[in-house]
Design a protein around this ligand. Structure first.
Ligand SMILES: [Zn+2]
Length: 322
């Protein structure tokens, strides 16, 4: 009896594994993507160190990759090409509606109406329009952001993704084109320990609530007019005249595969606060894609890429050092 069982068991195990692999491959193919993860330091895990090897069309091994560490001592401040203020405008000053999705890699809010949110200024040659915004965040407070400033990391980073619809017919073409995208990065911080006076950020609080609808992977939620996100709450740094100019600008890439080097980055230097309660809503998100193994299997958090070499690129800013 015992010997029979032990012979049968590996066969069942093998059949189960084969079935799992088949389902997994079919799922990936259906969604048209090469599977990848955020697993670091695990050989064969399809993590950031292996992205370049996973698909021949990707640019993850390029010379102008993102994110980067902004070394503020090396930023060009008095350069004549210092960019003027960024300007973010919303058609009709309405709250933004659209759809929030858990795609397994980041909670992503897709703007419903094209050409509603416009980014201009900052020496951008064209106006850029918001396609979506999403977040990268840690499983604990010590990690999370993709960009770092003088080596400092932040628990969560917002990316607002804009595309040049003057020179490109579609977002997908812009994402693989030259200067096709502009991404505004906002690094949030938690209040200092023992200080309980975090100002309420209406947009982040609202997003944290909306995340309850997309906890599970592949879930979507339509955000209505009454629930709409006020972009000025989400990006106070861009609508407040006295801080709108405080950004670091450089040429880089998407921070997810295929890492196309099409992005003009604006990393804001002011850091609004996020509460512990709000960030917990992000950490509750589930995913089977972000981590295939290791301690965070089944969770989305730690969905960040590590900083990439600058390779001689210049970082510009119009922050005036006094
Ligand atoms: Zn991002």
């Amino acid at each position: 009896m015992h010997s029979k069982q032990s012979k049968l068991f590996p066969i069942i195990l093998f059949a189960g594994t084969a079935l799992f692999l088949k389902v997994h491959i079919a799922f990936s193919a259906e969604h048209g993507g090469t599977p990848w993860t955020y697993d670091r330091g695990i050989a064969g895990a399809k993590g950031p160190d292996e992205w370049e090897t996973l698909n021949g069309n990707w640019s993850c091994n390029g010379r102008k990759q993102s994110p980067i560490d902004v070394v503020t001592d090396q930023v060009m401040q008095k350069d004549p090409t210092n960019p003027p203020n960024l300007r973010l405008t919303v058609a009709g000053n309405k709250p933004i509606t659209g759809e929030i999705r858990n795609n397994g890699y980041a909670p992503t809010f897709f703007v419903g109406e094209e050409l509603t949110v416009k980014l201009a200024g900052g020496l951008l040659q064209e106006s850029y329009f918001m396609k979506q915004f999403h977040f990268h965040f840690g499983c604990n407070d010590t990690v999370g952001s993709e960009h770092t400033i003088d080596g400092n990391t932040y628990p969560i980073e917002l990316h607002m993704v804009f595309w040049d619809n003057t020179n490109y017919a579609t977002y997908e073409l812009a994402a693989q084109g030259e200067d096709g995208l502009a991404v505004v990065s906002v690094l949030y911080e938690l209040p200092m320990a023992n200080i309980n006076t975090a100002p309420t950020n209406n947009a982040l609080e609202k997003i944290a609530l909306l995340l309850n609808n997309v906890v599970d992977e592949n879930s979507n939620y339509v955000v209505t007019q009454s629930e709409g996100i006020h972009i000025e709450d989400l990006a106070p740094l861009l609508t407040s005249a006295d801080v709108a100019d405080r950004f670091y600008k450089y040429k880089g890439s998407l921070t997810t595969p295929g890492c196309y080097e099409s992005v003009t980055w604006f990393v804001m230097n002011n850091h609004p606060q996020i509460t512990e309660k709000e960030i917990m809503a992000f950490r509750n998100l589930k995913s089977s894609k972000a981590h295939a193994q290791g301690p965070n299997v089944g969770r989305m958090c730690n969905n960040f890429r590590n900083v990439m070499p600058l390779n001689g690129r210049q970082i510009h800013s119009n922050i005036v050092i006094e």
